[in-house]
Design a binder for this molecule. Structure first.
Ligand code: AMP
Ligand code: AMP
Length: 350
């Protein structure tokens, strides 16, 4: 259930607000970005997770919970402070959609989008309507005709994905390793390099920016190649994609126009299809680029992704556009600050 639109604070002074987030994922960057824009911030940490926020001195205030089930208690404190919550991957993973939708505190982004990006069928409808190339999907294991990547629903950070090239191979791994799991997607495995494109669309200026790109450092997909094929076979290693870190990438320059055009189409289509204000703020197209330079998108993240973390001091792209270091976290704070000053806060809230 979406909470009723509360009346917003009338102040046009950014110092009457704070930027808030959950302590994990990209919180360091978000908090630092708020500071860089001269706004106060608050981070909500599970007890024991505060060390980084203290050590790097990025937080104006730390609020604590023993467990994320206590979020609603903390939310009252956030509302008192006129906090604007910035969602990220860990926030959505730990809170769950229903609680995010019901939240009363101010929330940066469009809540309606959550359903569109998390439901694989709706996500595909949206991206196909935006003329985005996607990997084929097979409805049942029996239909597998080429290598597929098997994705269990809610597999956190790519853990448990595996590759199968036939129904027999699929059942062999599934029944042995994941006998209880029956909610999965079978996606054509695209041979190419993964590229994550980080965008920012400002609802205030209606402009789309490409902030940066990254690739992920995944265990053990990124380590299998370190041993010879015979050893891989004898060690009986299965490919898994547990995210461990993120590595910056600069894209071949002639591909930039296509990346911009893809971002434009996804934003434009979201306004028609996804309800609310459509997609705005940071988002990421998760792509595989083939040897023929075809760009397949296997997923969209409709918020800040952790792949922007290497760019706390800006990226090679934001260095071209801005005079000052511009991270995605700072870019969010800048739109919020501008919206407050112009009396347009509602335009950046979901
Ligand atoms: P964590 O807060 O690190 O336990 O992560 C919670 C969830 O957020 C993970 O299961 C991932 O889906 C996502 N996540 C966290 N860090 C990253 C990252 N660096 N890249 C991509 N996803 C991430
Ligand atoms: P995800 O958790 O959806 O971000 O995916 C984890 C990793 O799986 C990605 O970083 C890619 O390397 C890989 N991957 C996901 N989908 C595909 C696909 N359809 N084809 C090839 N690789 C994929």
């Amino acid at each position: 259930m979406v909470s009723k639109k509360a009346s917003l604070p009338a102040s046009k002074n950014p110092s009457d607000y704070v930027i808030a987030t959950m302590g994990s994922h990209s919180a360091l960057q978000i908090l630092h970005g708020a500071r860089q824009e001269g706004m106060r911030n608050v981070v909500v940490c599970k007890k024991g997770a505060e060390r980084a926020y203290k050590s790097y001195g990025v937080a104006d205030e730390i609020l604590y919970v023993d467990d994320w089930s206590e979020w609603e208690k903390v939310e009252k404190e956030l509302v008192k402070r006129n906090a604007i919550i910035i969602p990220h991957g860990s926030f959505i993973a730990y809170m769950g959609h229903d609680r995010v939708k019901a939240m009363k505190a101010m929330y940066f982004g469009t809540k309606e989008i959550l359903e569109w990006e998390s439901n694989r069928t709706m996500e595909r409808q949206w991206l196909e309507a935006a003329d985005i190339k996607m990997p084929r999907v097979f409805a049942t294991p029996e239909e597998i005709k080429k290598p597929v990547i098997v994705k269990f629903h809610g597999a956190g950070g790519g853990f448990g994905y595996f590759i199968a090239k036939s129904a027999e191979q699929f059942y062999e791994v599934k029944n042995r390793k994941y006998p209880e799991q029956n909610d999965f997607a079978l996606q054509e495995y695209i041979v190419g390099v993964p590229i994550y494109a980080h965008y920012f669309f400002s609802p205030l200026t209606q402009e789309l920016e490409i902030m940066s790109f990254d690739k992920r450092y995944e265990s053990n997909a990124d380590s299998i190649g370190r041993i010879r094929a015979e050893d891989q076979l004898s060690a009986n290693i299965y490919t898994s994609y547990t995210i461990v870190g993120n590595i910056p990438v600069v894209i071949r320059e002639s591909m930039l126009p296509e990346f911009f055009a893809m971002g434009d189409r996804v934003v434009k289509t979201s306004k028609k299809m996804c309800g609310g204000k459509g997609l705005f703020g940071p988002f990421c197209l998760e792509c595989i680029v083939t040897r023929k330079l075809e760009i397949f998108v296997f997923e969209i993240s409709a918020r800040i992704v952790a792949g922007t973390n290497p760019f706390v001091e800006g990226s090679p792209y934001t260095a071209l556009r801005y005079k000052e270091p511009m991270s995605t976290g700072r870019r969010i704070a800048r739109d919020i600050k501008t919206a407050i000053k112009q009396g347009r806060l509602r335009e950046v809230l979901g």
